[in-house]
Write a new protein. Structure first.
Length: 304
């Protein structure tokens, strides 16, 4: 996985979620809390999601083949989309189902203090994971806001881990509220309400991830700043004007660039070839991700 893949954040999240899942299920076995069960399933789903992201990063490094001449970079988008679907179905919908069942058939918690201790420990572990994800993301966010980073990032792993960690921490707070209110009021229905709130949270995060990763799967153009750099690289000796320019991400770190460029009238074929080669070199120097470039020479038909 490239440095932009956020592998450090993924491994941190994976380690935290595996540990958290174990202690949550132990706490569920002791207390019978549906919030703990929902949170345990949530951590298992998150662990599986991080595994999928690692598999996607590994698959994306495969060399191009005759059947896939542009390589496998977009597999990272495919696995990011699968993560969003898993979070929606296995995480969010299960929590909603479990919460509704607990509201319909409430039962008192056994040893709620155990659940509280486990949730506090889980908050610490999730906080470590989120801190790592934020530190990794700052290198790529630049001056963009966090919301803008989630929306505009071409790398699917870091936004996924960030949103998962935020959802996990928020879910832990909701679980604490549900367990705490159930213990204080002796009304176990609060545990079910907290579980439903966790389900709504996970479904919401999953929908955001589905929308963003679907856009990447369909094919997104380069960011405006990158487009400006490509245009500046194309223009130079032997290239009078850019007639049109199209870009598409073949993966987070690989761009397809296609352009029609106007050449000087009367230029010989060797001169055109040299100008095209020079333009490609300038673009690759300015934007290393522009690995696949197709330039079509033409005349400036807009000139009088």
């Amino acid at each position: 996985m490239s440095a932009g893949g956020g592998s450090k954040a993924i491994f941190a999240a994976l380690g935290a979620n595996v540990g958290i899942a174990v202690i949550k299920f132990v706490a569920f076995a002791i207390t019978g809390s549906s919030s703990m069960l929902a949170e345990g399933v949530h951590s298992v789903v998150d662990s599986g999601n991080q595994g999928l992201l690692l598999v996607g990063g590994r698959s994306a490094r495969r060399r191009a083949t005759p059947e896939h001449p542009f390589g496998y970079g977009r597999e990272r988008y495919v696995y990011g989309f699968l993560v969003a679907l898993m979070l929606f179905s296995a995480g969010g919908l299960f929590a909603l189902y479990e919460g509704v069942e607990k509201i319909r058939h409430p039962h008192h918690l056994d040893d709620p203090i155990v659940a509280v201790i486990v949730l506090v420990v889980a908050v610490g572990l999730e906080g470590f994971s989120l801190r790592t994800a934020i530190a990794e993301s700052r290198h790529h966010k630049g001056s963009d806001t966090w919301l803008g980073f989630i929306r505009h990032a071409k790398n699917p792993e870091l936004p996924v881990v960030l949103l998962e960690d935020v959802a996990a921490l928020t879910g832990l707070v909701l679980a604490l509220a549900g367990v705490g209110l159930s213990a204080l009021t002796h009304q176990p229905v609060w545990d079910g309400i907290g579980t439903c709130a966790i389900g709504v949270l996970l479904v919401t995060v999953a929908i955001v991830l589905v929308v963003e990763t679907k856009s990447l799967l369909v094919g997104e153009a380069a960011a405006p700043a990158v487009l400006d750099a490509i245009e500046a690289g194309l223009l130079g000796a032997g290239v009078e004007r850019i007639v049109h320019l199209r870009t598409m991400h073949l993966g987070p770190d690989e761009l397809l660039v296609g352009a029609k460029v106007a050449m000087p009238p009367g230029a010989s074929l060797p001169e055109v070839a040299r100008a095209i080669d020079a333009a490609e070199d300038r673009v690759r120097a300015a934007v290393p991700a522009a690995r696949v470039i197709y330039l079509e020479p033409d005349l400036d038909r807009s000139a009088p």
